[in-house]
Design a protein around this ligand. Sequence first.
Ligand code: NDP
Length: 353
Amino acid sequence: MSPKYNLEIVMPQESNSNRRVVLAQRPNGLPDKSTLKLETTVLPQAGPGEMLLRTSYLSLDPYMRGRMNDTKSYAEPVKLGEVMTGQVIAQVVDTNCDGFEAGDYVLAGSGWQDYAVSDGVGIRNLGKSPENPSWFLGILGMPGYTAYAGLLKIGEPKPGETVVVAAASGPVGATVGQIAKLKGCRVVGIAGGSEKCAHVVENLGFDACIDHKADNFSDQLKAACPDGVDVYFENVGGRVLYAVLPLLNAFARMPVCGVVSWYNLTGLPDGPDFGPAIMGTILRMKVKVEGFIIFDSFPASLFKDFVRDMSGWLESGQVQYKEQVVDGLEHAPAALNDLLLGNCFGKMVVKVE
Ligand code: NDP
């Protein structure tokens, strides 16, 4: 994590207080010092039918940047003054809720704070001693399921086909590529820098990984995809999308999962208008382009398949997982910027307690 954003906030911890990070101002571009603010409030208490949760790990994810904007989207924006949204692994401190005991680990959506009160609705109980609790924020949770569902249900990869995915060392891209390998595909990753690219090939088993920061990136990508591209799992947009477009084969599939390279845009990007190239390619190559949002685009039964398959793959060592753990809630704002800019390596989680 880099200190260059000057975003660390001093967070005194008193025994009867709750530290929380709220949205103070909507950012214009990359979040800055005025975007997020620390508040210290009184420690909340669990009332009847409620429980008190103590956050262990906070997940940082690219969608958080979108929630800072007051624009029409698939979810309501965070309101000014509200606690920043986020999934957490928490421990039950005190409970009046059926089905939960003190000491249970839970997956909750209680955001950037030390403590939260919950009525138990939508909370997943992980039991007293889950093996790797933070993995439920990554490979065994939302990002892992995003990769599984988006690739298999929209990408529909077939043995021998070429699958391309960017942000290939991150939780979604790394999982997409490893599942595609298990399905018998040639898999080409795209990542920022030689260290990430080496990890993607050597540890994750992709056939190739191209550095999108290289001057001859497009040429390298073309050389790595001699039979064209059948599935482009869209994670980033921008320069990567423009390089993949001319490589798409007839009837290629493009699950549109995210466009993180554009999340901090304040207007139209500089440079040529790629609209005609994008729409022309979709038309001529009969490309299936389908956007999805993981929590409402697939039937609930698919999640059970995911848990079964992914647990098996992890146990057998067929899927590898890498985390970057940042210590302390006070570092979360800077860590989110690192995530958005690619200055992270693996699934970013913040150890809060
Ligand atoms: P990552 O942890 O992989 O972080 C994002 C990565 O994007 C960065 O590390 C960086 O990797 C890459 N990146 C950033 N800027 C650029 C750029 N200009 N050009 C190329 N790559 C860039 O993220 P996740 O795995 O959590 O998420 C991946 C994508 O999936 C995101 O777009 C996210 O919004 C989306 N998503 C969508 C969901 C849905 O329901 N549709 C659910 C979950 C995630 P590098 O340094 O390698 O370039």
